[in-house]
Ligand binder design. Structure first.
Ligand code: THU
Length: 135
């Protein structure tokens, strides 16, 4: 088992804890996310704003924490949303995560009651736009 595969429960737990700190007074939809990078766990939650459009998703919050700590390769991603079904990352977050997450890395999505889906980054964002197109 890869190191990431053995740490998915821990990653989901970190995402669930971060969700408790979500600032979502407008949508009331709370999300927590965590990424495993460089052997460490970085978590984030959605942070909304009275100017709705500048709100930030949990996944991008977690990714920002990792990159700010110097980690630019994510081995796994976990998301816990408040919907009754496992809620995958939005399109913008898929693109943002794909910059740092290889196609075979697991993306684990869980409900607050523990219903889990596991995809890979490549499954949720096939044919990503990446830096190779910019050269
Ligand atoms: N949200 C996330 O944090 N991640 C997603 O992938 C989907 C949506 C947040 C944004 C907003 O604060 C709330 O959920 C409702 O859209």
């Amino acid at each position: 088992m890869s190191e990431a595969a053995g740490r998915l429960d821990e990653l989901v737990e970190a995402a669930g804890e971060a969700r408790e700190r979500a600032y979502a007074p407008y949508s009331r939809f709370t999300v927590g996310a965590a990424v495993l990078a460089g052997g460490r766990v970085f978590a984030g939650c959605n942070v909304e704003n009275a100017s709705y459009g500048v709100s930030i998703c949990a996944e991008r919050g977690a990714a920002m924490q990792a990159v700010a700590a110097g980690e630019t390769r994510f081995d796994a991603v976990a998301v816990v949303g408040s919907a009754e079904e496992p809620t995958p990352p939005c399109g913008a977050c898929r693109q943002f995560l794909s910059e740092f997450t290889p196609p075979d890395a697991p993306v684990v999505v869980e409900t607050p009651s523990g219903e889990r889906e596991v995809w890979t980054m490549g499954e949720i964002l096939p044919h990503p736009f990446g830096p190779e197109f910019l050269s």
